[in-house]
Design a binder for this molecule. Structure first.
Ligand SMILES: [Zn+2]
Length: 280
């Protein structure tokens, strides 16, 4: 989970609320144009990523339905407060379907029932005082750390202290949204393995390791032309930081590469891991 910096409410929502302040979400989204305008604004604010798990939210295509739903952080069913949570812009997040829909795009990877995450376990629970809200997160430092070999996620208590964030609530966020599920561990590990393979390919072609890392970082840690982040971009940044703060020989669980495949000149600045090399 990374922070979400929300922009102003889209006109499609604010104009509707000005006329129909008591209407429901279901009434609002009956208009496809309104729904798409609101989704577009959510995607822009969130850089195209699920507000909870950071996978890329996918539009519908001929092969499947969109992996995107609009989540109400505070349950829209709560009528006791006298506030219309249905149409409160600050209460709306774009999330993935959490593995629940068999007709979603890329279903072979994304439909993982009964392994559900994100908005699916959250459902209609009021967890305002239990889990972290992406709108309230600091941009830095990242509050979570990751195990490179498995993609597993845990709370970084030190970073929580630095950011004055309750580590217990951070742990509840992982637990209740199932952010350390096999589904998401697998996605994260696969993303890291793909980048590691790109590094290997670049170095095998003769590019010095550090230059290859920097070239990849420029792409992985920046938004694209559509103002979307690459999926798990925060994960890459944290893994890189973890590697820089640890000694390379201890990265023994990371991807390995035959040293004979790599030109000696290109290996300057690499790890010193004996027969294995572990770059991401
Ligand atoms: Zn998600």
């Amino acid at each position: 989970m990374k922070n979400v910096a929300k922009g102003v409410s889209p006109l499609a929502l604010s104009n509707y609320v000005a006329v129909m302040p008591s209407n429901s979400w279901e009434q609002f989204k009956k208009s496809k144009a309104r729904r798409l305008a609101l989704q577009a604004r959510l995607l822009l604010d969130q850089g195209g990523l699920c507000a909870y798990c950071e996978i890329d939210l996918k539009p519908a295509c001929p092969l499947g339905e969109a992996d995107l739903r609009v989540e109400h952080f505070h349950p829209k069913s709560d009528g006791a407060t006298g506030h219309n949570w249905h149409l409160d812009w600050q209460n709306l997040l774009a999330t993935c379907h959490g593995g629940s829909r068999p007709d979603v795009v890329d279903a072979a990877q994304r439909h993982t029932s009964p392994d559900h995450t994100c908005d699916v376990p959250k459902g209609d629970h009021n967890w305002d005082n239990v889990i972290l809200n992406p709108l309230g997160l600091p941009h830095t430092p990242g509050l979570f750390s990751y195990e490179r070999s498995s993609g597993s996620m845990k709370v970084d208590s030190g970073k929580c202290r630095t950011a004055a964030v309750d580590a217990v609530r951070a742990q509840e966020t992982i637990n209740r949204l199932a952010l350390d599920s096999p589904r998401l561990r697998g996605f994260r590990k696969a993303a890291l393995d793909r980048i590691n393979q790109q590094l290997i390919t670049m170095v095998q072609a003769g590019q010095p390791l550090e230059a290859a890392r920097q070239d990849l970082a420029r792409v992985l840690l920046a938004k694209n032309a559509n103002h979307h982040w690459p999926p798990f971009s925060r994960l890459f940044a944290i893994i890189w930081a973890q590697q820089q703060s640890s000694s390379w020989p201890q990265q023994a669980t990371l991807a390995r590469l035959c040293m004979k495949c790599i030109p000696a000149k290109a290996r300057q600045g690499e790890s010193r891991g004996g027969s294995g090399v572990y770059w991401l």
